[in-house]
Ligand binder design. Structure first.
Ligand code: MG
Length: 386
């Protein structure tokens, strides 16, 4: 039996992971669950999977959970950093980190310290602290397996190959809900329109990131760290059908790609069962399917350009990019700013926020915190409008 800890068990990836694991019960045991505030959902997951330990990030939610599980064999972890404590206590064979945003960095680092497998669905951890996380994985001998569908695809295309023989890796992008919308129309899109992703079912933050294509930009930085490959060898192609999940071109011009249904349960399962492939009944029928590709419009989708630039420049820039984007997306989802303002705010923050040297985790978290403060101030005063 392999043991699994799920950090972010009530989100989109977490619930799909449990869905996958409920089919693999004779080989995988869920031993730990953690979520933020959804106590009722966690309680029903505890009932279904009977983990050894469980926790909530939110203190009030944790108290409620403790009360509800008073006479239960599942232990509630109650410390100041509950997710990290739970990860260490569970010491699972596989730790799946599927929380959203920069917040995922600390649990990812805790998972990296176990020397086992870290299945990473949180791209921001790599955008923010890629060098740090990759070094920790190397230091402790932790196997880092990506869950993000494009990176899972690239990971699969690289199996048995030599990374030095790669000419380029190409991340495919659906183009999101505004691929065929004019730029002017897109800039004033409603929250409802931006949440209508054509192919993938995902959480709110990542769906908005897909609409601005910041998601693909974050994925470029994610790929750079995961595969240790230079930015000049990472390309993005718009592929509206989301059938080819990404591909690798080798020195001899040969392209190896991974295709499949747009179903996150496939990369989730692969990250859990790798190098084995377990049975799934769904299958993709390619008959009659068209595969189209085009280069992304970097004028319309400025966030993708900003992410490339921030990644290439390095230092604190990816942290600034990510924090500004997280705050701006949150404000857009709360209908406080327009869709077009997301790009403007990230762009302006990158211009105005003074470059800071970042040498360790503490400095990194401090920059992240200060950028968020800065962006909230910018939004309050309308100071990003030129
Ligand atoms: Mg992705």
């Amino acid at each position: 039996m392999k043991t699994v800890a799920i950090i972010g068990s009530t989100g989109s990836i977490g619930t799909q992971a449990l869905d996958v694991l409920s089919e693999l019960r004779d080989e995988y045991e869920v031993v730990a669950l953690a979520a933020n505030t959804s106590v009722e959902k966690v309680l029903s997951q505890v009932e279904a999977f009977r983990p050894r330990c469980v926790t909530m990030q939110d203190r009030k939610a944790r108290e409620k959970l403790s009360f509800s599980l008073e006479n239960n064999s599942t232990k509630v972890i109650d410390t100041d950093s509950p997710l990290e404590s739970l990860i260490l206590e569970a010491n699972a064979d596989i730790t799946l980190v599927s929380v959203v945003g920069a917040f995922g960095l600390l649990p990812a680092l805790a998972g990296a310290k176990l020397g086992k497998r870290l299945a990473l669905a949180n791209k921001e951890a790599l955008v923010l602290g890629g060098d740090l996380l990759i070094n920790e994985c190397k230091k402790f001998g932790t196997e880092l397996i990506p869950v993000d569908s494009e990176h899972s695809a690239i990971f699969q295309c690289l199996l048995g190959q030599d990374i030095d023989e790669v000419r380029k890796i190409v991340l495919t992008a659906s183009g999101g809900p505004f691929l065929n919308t004019s730029k002017a129309q897109m800039l004033n899109a409603s929250v409802e329109d931006a949440l209508k992703h054509p192919n993938w079912v995902m959480g709110g933050k990542i769906t908005i990131d897909s609409a601005t294509m910041m998601n693909k930009g974050l994925e470029v930085i994610e790929a750079h760290h995961l595969f240790g490959i230079d930015y000049s060898k990472i390309e993005v192609l718009v592929h509206p059908q989301s059938i080819i999940h990404s591909f690798v071109e080798y020195n001899d011009g040969a392209i190896i790609s991974q295709l499949g249904l747009a179903d996150m349960r496939v990369p989730i399962q692969f990250a859990l069962t790798y190098p084995k492939r377990k049975f799934r009944k769904e299958s993709l029928n390619l008959v009659g399917k068209n595969l189209e590709f085009s280069t992304p419009d970097l004028d319309k989708f400025g966030c993708l350009r900003l992410a490339y630039e921030a990644g290439i420049e390095g230092g604190d820039r990816p942290i600034v990019l990510n924090a500004a984007n997280e705050v701006a997306v949150g404000q857009f989802l709360n209908q406080r700013i327009s869709f077009g303002s997301i790009y403007e705010i990230v762009d302006e923050t990158l211009k105005l926020f003074r470059k800071t040297e970042v040498c360790d985790l503490e400095e990194l978290l401090e920059v992240d915190r200060r950028v968020r403060e800065f962006v909230l101030g910018l939004i309050k005063t309308g100071g990003w409008r030129r």
